[in-house]
Design a protein around this ligand. Structure first.
Ligand code: TRP
Ligand code: SF4
Length: 332
């Protein structure tokens, strides 16, 4: 038997997760975990959260707890996967510093997420050293576990490419230590927010995993639909309709709905009510979450145990790196 390929992915601790996080990240993680072909490391990227959120850190522990509750409730299994907190493994910071030595500024400055966020985040000073170095820290996360595969969203592709470049440069300078990680894309459907833009907490257009039907229904009512479809028997255009985008995820017969909409055989209100009932399985996750929430010490334990396991891998990799760079005194 070949040994399982290491997989690493991470999420910034933003608190409770929304459906975009769930379908875009958690579901692919759970599939990899359950495939049995991978050794999965799932990381709480709390240091990455500091790069843009360094001013106000008071909710960090609560956000980590809330996010990990969602991971566990959704099906991340600490028996199968290693869950850990980035900042609790100081080797991440050290490897990041070492990698920063061999990373030209130009590589970082041309990364699209960097330029975009500099433009978009206003009112906060984010033109910091740490923010520019965000993808170097991410490269350290990935290379630390010699991950072969990294499930990410499309927005992270440039960070993966940078990681590959850093790995190549490192190996050329100091010897073959890091295998090149591949991005695993396309495992996830796109979940638009209520208004049709990308689902995001900061846009206020998110459906949270923990939304009960009472909270969910008014949100479904607000969802952007075909503005030209005024009456139930007007023909509609499901493309661009947020309700339909969710039908594609939750309704095994979405193509039937698509045709009914086009033919003017269903109205938006009925279509929305149907969606509400299709999303009932969220209840299972919520029930598991409520149960887990009663035992916060257990969540702490899971993270501590995962962090211990991950750290022993990290220490081993860092030792190899230090040896390769002659940062370790030779034994007599
Ligand atoms: N930058 C990622 C995001 O915002 C989070 C992250 C941090 C990550 N380190 C990682 C993802 C390593 C994959 C691998 O989504
Ligand atoms: Fe969207 Fe359904 Fe209305 Fe068609 S019928 S526009 S799919 S909500």
């Amino acid at each position: 038997m070949t040994s399982p390929l290491p997989v690493l992915s991470g999420m910034r601790p933003t608190g409770k997760l929304h459906l975009g996080n769930y379908w875009g990240a958690l579901v692919p993680w759970i599939k990899l975990q359950n495939s049995g072909e991978h050794r999965c490391f799932f990381m709480v990227a709390d240091l990455h959260a500091l790069t843009t959120g360094y001013e106000d850190t008071k909710d960090l522990q609560q956000n980590i707890h809330d996010m990990v509750l969602d991971w566990l409730a959704a099906g991340i299994d600490p028996e199968k996967s290693t869950l850990f907190v980035q900042s609790q493994i100081p080797e991440h910071s050290e490897l990041s510093l070492i990698l920063s030595m061999i990373t030209p500024l130009g590589w970082l400055e041309r990364i699209p997420t960097y330029k975009e966020q500099l433009r978009e985040i206003s009112g906060r000073e984010i033109a910091t050293h740490g923010f520019l170095g965000y993808p170097v820290l991410q490269a350290a996360d990935i290379l630390m576990y010699k991950a072969r595969a990294v499930p990410v969203g499309e927005d992270q592709l440039s960070h993966l490419e940078l990681t590959q470049e850093i790995a190549r440069r490192f190996n050329r300078l100091y010897g073959d230590i890091f295998p090149e990680p591949k991005a695993l894309l396309g495992l996830a459907p796109r979940v638009p927010g209520l208004d049709g833009r990308k689902m995001s907490k900061s846009y206020g257009n998110a459906v949270e995993l923990s939304d009960t039907p009472e909270v969910l229904w008014p949100k479904i009512q607000r969802m952007f639909t075909d503005p030209a479809k005024l009456r139930a028997n007007d023909p509609g255009h499901p493309e661009g309709c947020v309700v339909y985008a969710l039908h594609k995820i939750y309704n095994a017969e979405a193509s039937v709905r698509e045709q009914e909409c086009r033919d003017g055989r269903i109205g938006c209100v009925a279509c929305k009510k149907h969606l509400l009932s299709l999303m009932e399985p969220l209840k299972d996750i919520q029930e598991r979450r409520a149960q887990l929430a009663q035992n916060p010490a257990r969540v702490r334990e899971i993270l501590d145990e995962g962090t211990r396991r991950a750290r022993s891998v990290a220490q081993q990799t860092l030792a190899e790196v230090q040896t390769a760079l002659h940062l370790r005194p030779l034994h007599p």
